[in-house]
Design a binder for this molecule. Structure first.
Ligand code: ASP
Length: 321
């Protein structure tokens, strides 16, 4: 008579591939930059890591993008796939393989819109899968380890042996293998030899209120980023407003200073009902303080993160010009 005892739940990790260098293929093993992003599917990425053989992994390829081409429709599909996986009791966590270029944007979007009581671990690589010493396989193994880690939760990034909170991630180098920083916040922990050393609590910030019912991607508000620099032209900002921008994020100099011509154009845009937020084009630090009459700042957010936040604000009418 077969036992009717309940089977213990298997801790499944769902790996969702979106493309990027981690899934990139080059003509030669020494080529680190001339490759095709997203050429390799998620199942093949998992199969290429022998240490993952004993893990219960379900792999699916959602997209094959170079992440410079990431878009709201893919974000919405990814969020939906993550939520569906997290809702399954047998799933311990989700791993998302992604390009490094917009990793911080996807991590920020998910962290603001996806309830993650279990870990959602994004990972990536600076070298294509075909490189002589590719970094992707170890990063993928670390990401799965983190997704299975008891008690882990929230949107995380596993990269180069470090664990980042999704919102703290910044890409700070264009091609070196240690391309990311957690800025002043520091990393959540480090992963070595399959062991996690955690320095602070799992990220647990509230979701954006817009997350309750996000509009379909085609209906997202239009928000653009303009950079301030020596000799900046008001026409750049004005052209975006003319082209339908409902929000403008200014990537300001230093601690969020803005060239006077852009400032003038920004004030005109505000008067026309466009919401303007001020950030810093510096890689780390964001903007602190609010001098009188300064444009509203997005605090510690990077320009692309501030753009996502402003789109979410505009979706629920929470941003005023
Ligand atoms: N262009 C690639 C991407 O973001 C770069 C990378 O993954 O490292 O998809």
């Amino acid at each position: 008579m077969p036992s009717l005892q309940a089977q213990p739940l298997r801790a499944v990790v769902v790996v969702i591939g979106t493309g990027g260098t981690i899934a990139g293929a080059a003509e030669s093993a020494t080529d680190h930059v001339g490759y095709r992003s997203g050429a390799i599917g998620a199942d093949a990425l998992v199969a290429a890591v022998p240490a993952l053989a004993g893990h219960a992994i379900e792999a699916e390829t959602l997209a094959r993008l170079d992440s410079c081409d990431m878009d709201p429709a893919t974000w919405m599909a990814l969020r939906e796939r993550c939520a569906a996986a997290l809702a399954r009791p047998e799933v311990a966590g989700v791993v998302v393989t992604h390009g490094t270029d917009t990793l911080e944007e996807t991590a920020y979007f998910l962290r603001r819109t996806l309830a993650a009581a279990k870990p959602v671990v994004l990972t990536a690589a600076m070298r294509p899968a075909t490189a002589l010493s590719a970094d992707g396989p170890q990063n993928l193994l670390d990401a799965v380890t983190l997704a299975e880690w008891p008690g882990a939760r929230g949107v995380l990034v596993a990269f180069g042996g470090q664990v980042f909170a999704g919102a703290d991630l910044r890409k700070v180098h264009g091609w070196r293998i240690d391309a990311f920083s957690a800025g002043d916040a520091g990393v959540v922990g480090v992963l070595a030899d399959g062991q996690l050393r955690r320095f602070r609590d799992w990220p647990d910030a509230p979701l954006h209120p817009a997350a309750r019912s996000l509009p379909e991607a085609a209906a997202w508000p239009v928000v653009d980023v303009v950079t301030s620099h020596a000799g900046a032209r008001a026409e750049a900002l004005a052209a975006l407003v003319h082209a339908g921008a409902q929000g403008i994020v200014i990537a300001g100099t230093g601690n969020g200073t803005v060239h006077h011509t852009l400032l003038h154009a920004a004030r005109q845009a505000q008067a026309a009902g466009v919401v303007v937020r001020r950030t810093s084009r510096c890689l780390l630090g964001g903007v602190v303080g609010a001098p009188p009459r300064a444009l509203p700042s997005a605090g510690e957010l990077t320009p692309p993160q501030a753009r996502i936040e402003l789109m979410l604000d505009l979706m629920i009418g929470a941003a005023v010009a």
